[in-house]
Design a protein around this ligand. Structure first.
Ligand code: SF4
Ligand code: SF4
Length: 100
């Protein structure tokens, strides 16, 4: 798998043809954005993270629409994860096998 690095996000990439690949990553809660407590757990290092279910996706993801159900309260990490960025491309490649 080869993903070309670029400082600028790739404008051809959109969440519309993705499957919320980045919502399978561990999301640490670095600040309080109002995430409901029932979506929060602790990882092995006792750091607060978003809960994930057995399918790997975040507990706050709607499995039918693949949309975030707490969008207005989503963690800082989610707000800063940029569509079309290098990290986004890595997740798409790993989950979907897309290397656009
Ligand atoms: S991996 Fe990228 S394209 Fe897919 S949902 Fe996340 S930000 Fe959007
Ligand atoms: S909080 Fe929302 S945006 Fe963040 S990983 Fe969960 S479903 Fe995705």
């Amino acid at each position: 798998m080869t993903i070309e690095y670029s400082v600028l996000p790739d404008p051809t990439i959109t969440c519309q043809n993705c499957q919320a690949c980045c919502c399978r990553l561990e999301v640490r809660l670095l600040t309080d954005t109002g995430v409901p407590q029932y979506f929060i757990t602790e990882n092995a290092h006792h750091v607060e993270v978003m809960k994930r279910h057995a399918d790997g996706w975040c507990a706050a993801l709607d499995r039918n629409t693949l949309m975030c159900t707490i969008y207005a309260y989503r963690p800082l990490v989610c707000r800063e994860f940029e569509m079309g960025s290098y990290e986004c491309k890595i997740e798409r490649a790993e989950v979907l096998g897309i290397t656009d």
